[in-house]
Design a protein around this ligand. Sequence first.
Ligand SMILES: Cc1cc2nc3c(=O)[nH]c(=O)nc-3n(C[C@H](O)[C@H](O)[C@H](O)COP(=O)(O)OP(=O)(O)OC[C@H]3O[C@@H](n4cnc5c(N)ncnc54)[C@H](O)[C@@H]3O)c2cc1C
Length: 404
Amino acid sequence: MKSKINIVIVGGGACSLMLGCELNPSIFNVSVYDANVAVGRKFLVAGAGGLNITHSKKPNEFIEMYTPNKFLIDAFNSFNNIDLQHWLKNKLNISTYVGTSGKVFPTKEIKPIEVLNAFINKSKLNNVNFHNKHTWLGFKKNALLFKKENTEVLIEADVVIFCLGGASWPVTGSNGVWLNNFTEHKIETLTFEASNCSVEIKWPTDLINLIEGKHLKNCSFKVNEKTIKGEVVITKFGLEGNGIYGLSTLIREGLKKNNFCDLFIDFKPQQSKEFVIKKLNESKYNNQTKKLSEILKLSTVQIHLIKHFLTKEDFLNNEILAHKIKHFHLSISSFGSIEDAISTVGGISLKEINKYFEFKKLPNHFAIGEMLNYDAPTGGYLLQSCFSMAYFLSSHLNAKHLEK
Ligand SMILES: Cc1cc2nc3c(=O)[nH]c(=O)nc-3n(C[C@H](O)[C@H](O)[C@H](O)COP(=O)(O)OP(=O)(O)OC[C@H]3O[C@@H](n4cnc5c(N)ncnc54)[C@H](O)[C@@H]3O)c2cc1C
């Protein structure tokens, strides 16, 4: 009888949960090593605001959500957002539903911890061994060096799959400290940077006192030529919410180039500027503020913002006022902290891996998930990419080693 191939998975997050379910147990002995006291901590954090597991966007539009996306096309085509929903139902008995804005969640009665446990239980049925409190420190000859409490442990494997995650929410164990572990193999890495996070706006004190904690809803948000619809909450620091998360890549580029980034908000995205001017001109009210609230249905916070950034004279000019409503400008001066970000970019350069996510300089060593340098907005795209990569890699390894 052929002996089994030993696979070590380093990092026990979303990617490794899928690998544990999909790697063929008749070919592989699979062990997962994680630094934290338990696996899937970030998966649970993601579930705290509702576990948005994927999105219902059409597959051909879905792949456009990643920057860059070429490296992901084969993986996504082998296991797309529709496949994931069928897989969850058939393999884990987790039903899903499409919520607002097309986001996909496990059905309401299923808690995130139950989804996590379903993954873990399925992996255990496949004889996957989980080793917690094992921090990977680097390579030592042909082995992986771990620290378990105060002891160093060397682990050898036939195949190693790194699933170390990004560097936001370090309390979950995903802290990006491993970045330098790859330098001895001359593998290019990039410093982690925040994505899908708050942005700083230097609000005037008298204005922020009026608008802190308020939401801007049903607006569209634009950086360069990219516009997205969404919502943000106004904080002392600036803005946060899905209205700006999807613009992270462009904001980051703008900040790097100019130290600031122009953000334009359209308070009336359904209506043209001409229509807004017409409505203002035709209004029976003499009071301009009343026109904004009664005729254009702008919220109090939108009116505060507009008034603050217009002179009295310009506020009374319907052309200028309409322009402000449609092109409200704010200057972003920085990103929020990486610790609070939903995701990060940076990590392993995509140049270092082949189409199966195998390191070109380290055969039989693979890297998948957020530890790779790519960007995606919130909305279920991050978890989908992890599951697609893990499924695709499992299929590749299953097929490759079954042939032998
Ligand atoms: C607040 C928040 C909300 C989110 N909401 C969503 C959402 O609704 N939908 C969505 O799609 N995505 C969401 N995400 C993002 C999503 O959770 C991540 O993109 C995803 O978990 C990444 O999976 P991964 O397997 O690459 O890494 P992770 O899940 O981060 O797992 C990496 C694992 O590696 C371990 N590790 C790290 N370093 C070492 C080391 N040196 N040695 C051993 N182990 C190590 C860590 O302990 C961790 O368990 C959210 C993230 C956050 C922070």
